[in-house]
Design a protein around this ligand. Sequence first.
Ligand code: ADP
Ligand code: MG
Length: 264
Amino acid sequence: PEALESHGPARVIALCNQKGGVGKTTTTISLAGALAEYGRTVLLVDFDPQGALSAGMGIQSHDVPTIYDAMIGREKDIRQTIQPSAIAGIHVIPANIDLSAAEVHLVSEVARENILAGLLRPVLDDYDVVLIDCQPSLGLLTVNALTAAHGVLIPLECEFFALRGVALLVDTINKVKERLNPALQVDGIVATMYDARTLHAREVLERVVDGFGDTVLDTVIGRTVKFPDASVAGTPITEFAPQHASAHTYRELARELISRGAIA
Ligand code: ADP
Ligand code: MG
C-alpha cells in the first residue's frame, strides 16, 4: 500500500452499541491497525471509562492526562492528552475510570453535548481518521461522541437479542441528527463474532440483512480466540498475527469503508 503524503481533515467515526462485549473496542483497534498499514494516520479516542482501548493499544492510562481531563477543562490543550502508540500512524487519547464521573460533572454545563466535538476540532487536520470507542450506554458521553462524529459504525454481535438493541440505537442516532448534528450518517453495521458453523449465527446474520439492507457491511468478522490474545499483548491483531484470517478480515473492512467513502 502506498503511503499518503498529506493528511486530514479527518473524518470522525464513532463506534457505538449500547450493549457491552459486542466487539466495539476490538473493531476500533483492529480497524486502526489495518488503516495504518494502508498509510492512513489514525487518532483513537478511548471514550469508555473501562479503558480497554488504551490497554489494548499498550498504553498505561493512569497518571497521564486523559480525555476526562480535557472534557472537564482541567487539561486545556487537547494535544497534551495525545499519546503515540507502538504502531506508526496511530495515536491514542486514553481514558481511565475517572471518565465514569464525566456524565455527572457535565450535566450542568452549557452545550454539554458539544464538548468532545469542540475538543477534537483543532487536531482534525493532523489525521485521516478519528475513531471514537464508545462506552456501552446511550448516555451523555455517547451523545457527545455522536455529536462529534461524521459517521457511526455499529458492531453487532451475531446473537438473537442483539437485534432489539439496534432499533434503540438508531432512535438515538436520529435524535442526535435532528437536534445536534444534521450531517451524521450511519456508515454501516458490521457483524462480529460470527461462527459460520452454527445455524443460529447464520440465521441472525440473515435477519440483520433483511432488516437493515445495504447498511450491513459485506465484511463479517468471525469468532476467534486470537482477539483476546492480541488485547493481552496490547497491540492490534494486524500486528499481533498479521497473517491470521481475522487480520485479513479487518483489512477487508478497512477497504470496504474506503470504497464506500466512509474513509478517504
Ligand atoms: P466491546 O468493546 O463492545 O465491549 P470488545 O471488543 O471488548 O467488546 O470484545 C469483548 C470480548 O470479546 C473481548 O474479550 C474481545 O477480545 C473478544 N472479542 C472481540 N471480538 C471477537 C471475535 N471476533 N471473536 C472472538 N472474541 C472476540
Ligand atoms: Mg469496549
